[in-house]
Design a protein around this ligand. Structure first.
Ligand code: FAD
Ligand code: SF4
Length: 500
């Protein structure tokens, strides 16, 4: 047999084998798909992005999204859906990218998640849908990036050619949603689709919760956030800002006004402090206050925005969660800042922030001081912070959380010079809303106690979800709770009206 003949025979065998394999809408087989490499995300270069508050990631182009979508095996029993707390039909939205129908792809995303652009950008996919994707070990399908691509592509399109959105005429009872974070927004969107007359009462002057006051614009551009949040008002949800439930308006007043059910999505916005000497010094902020000033009140754009914020030359952030990474990265971008540190008592392996955020922070020149515990804030005679006394730590036996407990190393104290300290070691739920409802059961951690199935609290007709129930968590978990609670409110009100 000649070499040419052998080649032809091999080619024919491959073609006939290919014929037997399942072929996708793009004509590729599983074997073809497995050869495609995961697409990197195009980003601003670190030295450029630390000079601005523009989006760090540029997002996939149409071509990149198509090629990444080609990697999906469209598994008969897709594991990725199990990893998504909102149970988005992941393979279905990806297959629509391959068919070229981005409108349908977006419709599939929105059916299960009111905030796909947000989630595409900020979800810890590596611990959720991408972790359970069949290709996880090889390099999972970039599900989050595809979700971001589809949602932002369609939001751009709708900005130019606004779609006709039918306002849903309510036919059912009035429901009050307290808090316009991801949990409240999701519950409201689902309830309005079910025919309820939904009003959101939000304490701040803008909706979005942490998405607006905590996450900086270089991670969550406000044009995209506003477009995504705006869609719920178009559907018919009445969003009332500057309304502090428990102060401006009470549970009783809303009951008298005819509200038949309540959803508390009030988040976990109450900062925790370290409890060390000197923490009341000038120049010490809770990360929440600092981020609210910079992000929501736009101090990053001072003097164009009229919110000033004091930031010195050397800024230290304590903690290693998403809030800490955002605080340190915001500081790196603020005019006049020369050094931005993260001080954390464990190591990088235990840091709770998304891996991508830590990588971005490292690329941006944040100085990480791991295995370091602050023990005292140093001050001048006018009570301004001048530095921090710290002690070095080592990891001992695992604690209740399963993470190895940090233990101080004797005689290892040292000082870090700084003029600003941002405390980002955790948040708890704010008690204002919950204290205003008599009989509402609160846990010893200050979270609202709910029935896991129904999300109903100890007060009939009052439901809760998101960070207010679990403590500081994730956007998608809040979205999942919002969906679960909406179904439960519907079942509860149906029962109240006699099952109709
Ligand atoms: P929130 O988003 O906190 O919203 C609660 C809303 O209720 C707020 O708007 C608040 O003003 C309002 N409210 C409170 N009390 C009242 C009242 N009495 N009356 C009326 N309104 C009230 N998660 C991720 O998945 N990925 C990330 O990258 C990420 N980064 C984060 C970065 C930062 C800086 C922070 C702080 C958190 C981050 N998280 C991240 C966590 C995530 O944002 C939260 O888990 C999520 O926003 C919780 O949603 P929620 O709706 O329960 O609460
Ligand atoms: Fe596609 Fe991964 Fe989901 Fe399988 S598990 S359908 S490969 S995204």
């Amino acid at each position: 047999m000649t070499e040419e003949h052998k080649g032809k025979t091999a080619e024919n065998t491959e073609t006939s084998e290919k014929k037997k394999e399942k072929v996708g809408p793009d004509g590729l087989t599983k074997r073809d798909r497995l050869k495609i490499k995961r697409h990197a995300m195009p980003e601003q270069a670190p030295e450029e992005r630390i000079t601005n508050f523009l989006s760090v990631v540029h997002g996939y182009t149409l071509e990149m999204a198509y090629e990444e979508a080609q990697r999906c095996l469209d598994c008969p029993r897709p594991k990725c859906i199990d990893g998504c707390p909102a149970e988005v039909d992941i393979p279905a939205f990806i297959m629509e990218i391959l068919k070229g129908d981005l409108e349908e792809s977006y419709r599939i995303l929105k059916a299960d998640n009111a905030l796909p652009a947000v989630c595409g950008r900020v979800c810890p996919q590596e611990e959720q849908c991408e972790l359970t994707c069949l290709l996880a070990k090889k390099g999972p399908v970039a599900i989050g990036r595809l979700e971001q691509f589809v949602a932002e592509y369609m939001l751009d399109k709708y900005e130019k050619e606004p779609p006709k959105v039918e306002k849903i005429i309510p036919t059912k009872e009035k429901v009050a949603v307290i808090g316009a974070g991801p949990a409240g927004i999701t519950a409201a969107a689902d309830l309005v689709k079910m025919g309820y007359e939904v009003t959101i009462f939000e304490a701040l002057h803008k909706p979005g919760g942490v998405l607006n006051y905590g996450i900086p614009p270089f991670r969550m551009p406000r044009r995209i956030l506003d477009a995504e949040l705006g869609s719920i008002e178009q559907m018919g949800v009445d969003v009332r800002c500057n309304m502090v439930f428990g102060k401006t308006i009470t549970h009783e007043e809303l009951l008298e006004d005819g509200y038949k059910a309540f959803f508390l999505g009030t988040g976990a916005g109450l900062p925790t402090f370290m409890g060390i000497p000197g923490e009341n010094a000038n120049g010490v902020y809770s990360a929440n206050e600092y981020l609210t000033r910079v992000n929501l009140m736009e101090a990053w754009d001072f003097p164009n925005a009229d919110t000033p914020v004091f930031v010195g030359k050397n800024v230290v952030t304590t903690g290693a969660g998403n809030t800490a990474m955002d605080s340190a990265r915001v500081s790196r971008r603020m005019p006049g800042v020369e050094k931005s540190y993260i001080v954390y008592r464990r190591t990088r392996n235990e840091a709770p922030a998304r891996n991508e955020e830590i990588e971005h922070a490292e690329q941006e020149g944040i100085i990480f001081k791991y295995l370091t515990q602050p023990i005292e804030i140093l001050r001048d005679d006018k009570n301004w912070i001048t530095g921090m006394r710290c002690i070095k730590m080592e990891l001992g036996e695992p604690d209740d959380s399963g993470r190895r407990r940090p233990v101080p190393i004797p005689d290892s104290e040292f000082e870090i010079e700084c003029d600003t300290l941002l405390v980002a070691i955790g948040q708890r739920p704010n008690p204002i809303a919950m204290r205003s409802i008599p009989g509402l059961e609160i846990s010893k951690w200050g979270t609202i106690v709910v029935d896991d199935e129904t999300m109903m609290t100890s007060v009939p007709g009052v439901f809760a979800g998101g960070d207010a129930v679990v403590g500081a968590s994730t956007v998608i978990l809040a979205v999942g709770h919002g969906k679960q609670a909406a179904r439960a409110v519907d079942a509860y009100l149906a029962e109240q009206r006699g099952g109709s």
